[in-house]
Design a binder for this molecule. Structure first.
Ligand code: GDP
Length: 301
């Protein structure tokens, strides 16, 4: 059994590869929830939905957001009605979010996600990192912004000074699943807003230290493949490099996989993490994803 820690873009790409070479029923995915919030009257758990749609083979993997070939009638009509639609939510995608919102009146987020993944015939377990609500804010040269205002309204343009999120407790299965796994995979996700929120919850780091833990660097050749990870790392005075990611994860990592473009950093990284593997980590197509998945999984397949 393996467990994957995920955000909503880099790691889902890898999950597409892993599910081709590993038994989906033996896979658990613990997903970041710090960015969850209500928009246009519905509960949006963007990273969780991206992981669900990836596993159900319905993800729009051009944008890594929403369902492929979705329609936008509700979004367009709401805009005609002058309802501010900060997020462009498709019709099918909105149905999943409405169902989540309704189910959450009686169930915890973990229970809701479990109901939804079963209805989508997903064999892998999808576990929200926490059932508690957290708030994430980005402090910028334009003042304090909610995470989505920074990302969407301001298009990640302002200078980032700090990022703060409410500390939450792990959902019921998180610690046990990590401890029972033969391997924990920290996918190539944003360290600051996707991975550290998971690993910094009570008990998670200790559980990771007791497991075999492998991470893939989301930084290639001094910059993020996509999104504001580089900007966020700089805000915490980290140089944007695989070496910085290694220094963030070194307390619980057994193996670190870096890109061939970062070969020059191997010696320095090996001083922090003994086992360093160099390979192509940029995933452009399913072949790249499967190749990387096989290297990550190594002896467990
Ligand atoms: P978010 O929740 O949408 O921010 O997405 P994630 O946190 O899951 O992923 C964002 C990170 O994925 C960025 O730091 C990217 O550099 C990284 N990423 C995206 N695609 C790739 C890829 O093909 N290879 C690697 N190594 N990293 C990637």
């Amino acid at each position: 059994m393996i467990t994957i820690l995920s955000g909503g873009t880099g790691t889902p790409k890898l999950i597409q590869g892993i599910k081709e070479v590993y038994e989906p029923s033996k896979m658990n995915i613990i997903v970041n929830t710090v960015e969850n919030d209500y928009f246009s009257g519905v509960y949006v758990a963007a990273d969780i939905d991206t992981v669900l749609y990836t596993l159900a083979d319905i993800i729009n993997d051009e944008t890594w957001y929403g369902i492929k070939d979705d329609t936008f009638f509700t979004n367009e009509f709401l805009k005609e009605l002058n309802c501010p639609e900060l997020l462009r939510i498709g019709d099918k995608d909105r149905s999943i979010k409405i169902q989540k919102t309704l189910l959450m009146e009686k169930h915890s987020l973990s229970e809701v996600v479990d109901i939804q993944r079963r209805r989508m015939n997903i064999e892998s377990k999808v576990i929200p990192m926490s059932d508690e609500h957290s708030e994430i804010n980005v402090y910028t040269d334009c003042g304090k912004l909610s995470f989505h205002d920074f990302l969407i309204k301001k298009q990640s343009k302002p200078e980032v000074l700090d990022i703060k999120y409410t500390k939450v407790n792990p959902s019921p299965e998180v610690i046990e699943i990590i401890e029972k796994s033969d391997m924990v995979i920290i996918g190539p996700s944003n360290p600051i807003t996707s991975i550290l929120p998971i690993t910094s919850m009570n008990g998670v780091e200790k559980a990771l230290k007791n497991s075999y833990c492998v991470a893939i660097s989301p930084i290639i050749g001094g910059s993020a493949v996509s999104g504001p990870a580089g900007k966020f790392m700089k805000a915490f005075s980290h140089e944007v490099s695989s070496l910085s990611v290694a220094s963030m994860y070194k307390g619980f990592l057994d193996k670190f996989i870096i890109d061939e473009m970062d070969e020059n950093l191997k010696d320095k990284i090996e001083k922090l993490i003994k086992d360093v593997t160099i390979t192509k980590t940029k995933m452009k197509n399913i072949h790249d994803k499967k190749m990387l998945a096989k290297i990550v999984l190594g002896e467990v397949i």
